[in-house]
Design a protein around this ligand. Structure first.
Ligand code: G6P
Length: 615
């Protein structure tokens, strides 16, 4: 995720800005940049790669200026490159901006500005905003604060921005929707200074007094004075917080581990996954990256999903959706096996690679192999510009921001959702009606809120973790859409808790594994109120009849299982195909809390790597 840093005061800005960028490195990024304003001139330096590359670039330059802005960019619009890195200048060079987030209607605005003669030198939505601000400032003769405000009224999307104007060296403007922005108030009454950043980590060593901007608010710092107002121009009385956290705690957003932070980021991550992609009026989905391949996608006769680890389990869920909604015969393969398996490839068959990192060697190799065989290759990838993202013919990004903990959480729920959205997209080219599409879209829209509701049960899961922490074996069981969920639940348990866990389709139980059941071998059975409920209930009864313990996961309002199971976890009601997205959450929490109880290194489990770039 991008990070922004800004400074205005009496000190030289560069050392503060560069140190701030280093503090934000944990957020993940692919390029970095800085701009200083000194004696009416902007000096702008930016570089693809890490902050250390940027430091090398400016090592022999004199970087003066008591006001400046800086940025680490996690690419969304346009590949990671020097040109797409921030800060972005407006055409005349009067306005400069750094931006975190996505401007959804940037193409419409770009068209209008292009007609007015504006030129664009990068692929970013940010450059469009810089020029929009310049255009408004020039035409209405307002000051920077007002020009930014008027520009923001025209913008849809999420952002955290910092803006400077060449002719107003005493001013810095910050605004936000969705993305975070914090203003640190430092110095003294006679010598005020302000630090602005995406979170408090770059600020904490200078001041402990901070103001968290709310959505649709902006801060205008002019002549040493801070004014906060809404984008609708209503003045706001800011609440100044006193920071009490340590820097390490701040990096994790106040959470004890990255894994927990990422689990709790899921409502926002799901929101980012769907942002700008649902076309309600048509019951359809918009995937920019697939547009060029309409004809091939219409002719697609079969699909092979390739992935490893968690991503593969999400494929086992997506497989049902692709068959149900798009009527496309789909199978899921290990990336590694696809490469080495000798088989005939039918005409018009496609390959869908799913990978959070976009670097998993097994998955990457299968794409190369599929291309050799003439298949259309698609990707669902989180890391922009990664090897898989570059290798596939057409791709869809998760847009959930960097995942730091080894165990995948927020990327996985987004992977499930994107496969369902892809199934709608392909379905609408086939038999899926507009009405059917609209019904699913309506439920998809509720997901971020339902995920937030699911997270509210975290204390219950924490208590369950205390109860089950000493167990050495676990079954995770589910049917149909939730068979993959069960496998993912077991993987989380293995990865984080080092407990032997097996995930399988519950139907398997009676064909062998049931012999393992006794009072020391509990099962977590995923049994939402859906087409498989009665069957899942039977599995619970089979286990109970053999003296096994059962944790049942079911839909809110279904009290029946409380009488049969030992413990019950609830998820909100949603469509059957969307239940895995909500069911993943309690399982992630369960594995996490047990791992913490057992004293494991949750974010970096023993023997594991986040990205496996070897075969
Ligand atoms: C590793 C990680 C897993 C991950 C798998 C696939 O094994 O430890 O958590 O699911 O790789 O990673 P990818 O980046 O391709 O999704």
């Amino acid at each position: 995720m991008c990070g922004i840093v800004g400074y205005i005061g009496k000190r030289e800005a560069y050392p503060i800005l560069i140190k701030g960028l280093e503090r934000l490195e944990y957020r993940g990024y692919d390029s970095a940049g800085v701009a200083l304003l000194n004696e009416g001139v902007f000096s702008v330096h930016k570089k693809k790669g890490k902050v250390v590359e940027l430091k090398k670039l400016v090592a022999h330059k004199k970087l003066l200026g008591k006001v400046g802005i800086a940025h680490t960019r996690w690419a969304t619009h346009g590949i990671p490159s020097d040109k797409n890195a921030h800060p972005q200048l407006s055409n005349s060079g009067d306005i400069i901006i750094v931006h975190n987030g996505i401007i959804e209607n940037y193409l419409t605005i770009k068209k209008v500005l292009t007609k007015k003669g504006y030129k664009f030198y990068s692929d970013t939505d940010t450059e469009v905003l810089a020029n929009l601000i310049e255009d408004i400032k020039k035409n209405t003769k307002v000051n920077l604060g007002e020009a930014v405000r008027l520009a923001l009224l025209e913008i849809d999307g999420a952002y955290g921005i910092l803006v400077l104007a060449k002719d107003e060296p005493d001013t810095i403007v910050v605004a936000k929707i969705g993305s975070p922005a914090v203003i640190g108030v430092g110095g003294s009454k006679t010598n005020p200074e302000f630090f602005i950043a995406s979170d408090a980590t770059p600020i904490i060593e200078y001041t402990d007094r901070v103001i968290y901007l709310e959505d649709r608010e902006m801060g205008i710092i002019k002549n040493g004075e801070l004014t906060i107002k809404t984008i609708q121009n209503k003045i706001v009385n800011p609440y100044v917080h006193k920071l009490e956290m340590k820097i390490e705690e701040l990096e994790k957003g106040g959470f004890e581990h990255f894994m927990l932070k990422e689990i709790f980021e899921q409502p926002e991550a799901l929101h980012s996954t769907i942002r700008g992609r649902l076309i309600e009026s048509d019951g359809n989905i918009k995937f920019g990256g697939l547009e060029k391949f309409q004809k091939e996608l219409k002719n697609l006769r079969s699909l092979t999903v390739v992935a490893m680890g968690t991503a593969r389990f999400t494929g086992l869920i997506g497989e049902y959706a692709l068959e149900e909604l798009a009527d496309i015969p789909t199978k899921v393969e290990y990336g590694s096996e696809f490469t080495y398996r000798k088989k005939a490839i039918a005409k018009n068959s496609g390959l869908l690679a799913i990978s959070q990192s976009g670097e998993t060697a097994d998955t990457l190799n299968s794409i190369k192999e599929a291309k050799r065989k003439g298949m259309l290759t698609l990707g669902i990838v989180n890391v922009i510009g990664s090897s898989i993202a570059r290798e596939v013919d057409a791709g869809i990004y998760n847009h959930v921001g960097p995942e730091t903990a080894v165990a995948s959480t927020k990327a996985s729920t987004s992977q499930v959702l994107l496969q369902i959205m892809l199934a709608i997209y392909l379905g609408r080219m086939r038999g899926l009606t507009k009405k059917e599409g609209q019904t699913i879209l309506k439920e998809i829209q509720k997901l971020p809120e339902l995920a937030a509701k699911t997270l509210k049960n975290s204390d219950q899961i924490k208590n369950l973790a205390k109860k089950y922490k000493k167990i050495e074996h676990f079954f995770f069981l589910g049917r149909k859409y939730n068979a993959g969920t069960a496998m993912e639940g077991a993987l989380k348990m293995k990865e984080c808790s080092y407990i032997h866990a097996e995930g399988m389709n519950a139907t398997e139980l009676k064909h062998g594994p049931l012999s393992l059941i006794d009072e020391n071998f509990p099962s977590l059975v995923i049994a939402p109120m859906d087409s498989m409920y009665e069957k899942s209930k039977s599995s619970i009864q089979e286990i109970k009849a053999r003296g096994g313990l059962v944790i049942a996961l079911t839909t809110e309002g279904n009290k029946e299982l409380e009488k049969i199971a030992n413990d019950v976890i609830y998820i909100p009601k949603t469509l059957e195909m969307l239940t895995p997205i909500l069911a993943f959450i309690p399982m992630q929490l369960f594995a996490y809390y047990i791992a913490v109880e057992r004293g494991n290194d949750v974010d970096k489990p023993r023997n594991l790597a986040k990205s496996v770039t070897v075969e």
